[in-house]
Write a protein that binds this ligand. Structure first.
Ligand code: AMP
Ligand code: ZN
Ligand code: FE
Ligand code: FE
Length: 293
């Protein structure tokens, strides 16, 4: 199947979350919002799941192309303690069993970790209910933003940003989960016909970041691109990512990492060039981008 053509001046946003993970718009609402925002291409990239793909496809408005993807929770074991990082995976075959099994393990690990975070909070007298938080995720991949919402509902913090502060989910009640080894993740995404892109690689304001040497090593095993333009990168960090990508022959992307009302960023706040988009489409053999008939 030939991918749908996109305009030369296309507006392309390759990182957005729905209620299939920790966004607040359903996949159907997400694609409508993307069209309303004037995007030509949007990617659905929920954490560790492809569960939103079908309803996003079914609801696709005219003149919008959908890139099916996911954001994989990964870990690099080259530091002590290991560093958590995110890998965007585009246009992979969702039925590839090995990758599918890894994603299921990560989703289960997220539930176990969420429950442990809530147990820690409860031990300190914070009366949150894990069953209620899990129900709030409505079957989507559960994450700290769901716990953040419970903290807001309980009146303990005012905003998601505050909930991610050091006194709460950012440090004091932050627990690791079992993520996919990042080298294994790159290989599995490629084996499933997908194209792997390192999400917000220099976002130091979120936590520890990895050294450039790791990105060099990942490029050698199939990493295809780096997300440069992202709200969690300073201008200097964006420039650094661009320079590193140029050195390694990787493409760069720019994306909103939209989460609905769980974050303030809007769809299309950062965009990707048609050239980089073309490299993703050309490099993928799993599934193609889709446009409404
Ligand atoms: P988790 O995947 O459970 O570790 O939670 C991480 C998610 O929380 C990511 O999707 C981030 O987008 C979101 N997140 C991380 N830091 C913040 C923050 N300071 N404010 C709002 N959302 C955040
Ligand atoms: Zn998220
Ligand atoms: Fe991320
Ligand atoms: Fe994200």
């Amino acid at each position: 199947m030939t991918p749908p053509p996109v305009p030369a001046a296309a507006r392309i946003d390759l990182h957005a979350h729905s209620t299939a993970s920790d966004g607040t718009l359903t996949p159907a609402e997400l694609v409508r919002a993307a069209a309303d925002a004037g995007l030509d291409v949007v990617a659905i990239t929920d954490h560790d799941t492809t569960a939103g793909w079908a309803s996003a496809v079914a609801a696709l408005p005219p003149d919008l192309t959908l890139v099916r993807g996911a954001e994989l929770s990964c870990r690099w074991h080259g530091a002590d303690p290991p560093v958590a990082l995110h890998l965007l995976a585009y246009l992979f075959d969702p039925d590839e069993p090995e990758l599918g099994a890894e994603l299921a393990l990560v989703r289960a690990a997220r539930e176990a970790r969420g429950e442990r975070i809530v147990a820690l909070l409860r031990a300190d007298g914070v009366e949150l209910s894990w069953p209620e938080i899990l129900a709030g995720a409505a079957g989507g991949t559960v994450g700290r933003p769901h716990i953040a919402q419970a903290l807001i509902r309980a009146g303990l913090v005012a905003t998601t940003t505050e909930a991610f502060g050091p006194d709460w989910l950012g440090e004091r009640y932050r627990l690791p989960k079992d993520d996919i080894d990042v080298f294994r993740a790159v290989r599995l995404v490629r084996a499933a016909g997908g194209v792997p892109v390192f999400a917000h690689p220099r976002a130091s304001r979120r936590g520890r970041i990895v050294p450039d040497e790791l990105i060099v090593a990942l490029a050698a095993v199939g990493l295809a691109g780096l997300e440069a333009d992202h709200e969690d990168h300073s201008p200097a960090e964006r420039a650094h990512v661009r320079a590193l990508a140029a050195e390694l022959g990787l493409f760069v992307t720019g994306s909103s990492d939209f989460h609905g009302t769980h974050k303030t960023v809007r769809l299309g706040a950062f965009t990707t060039s048609p050239e980089a988009y073309g490299r993703i489409v050309a490099g993928a053999t799993g599934v193609t981008p889709v446009a409404s008939a």
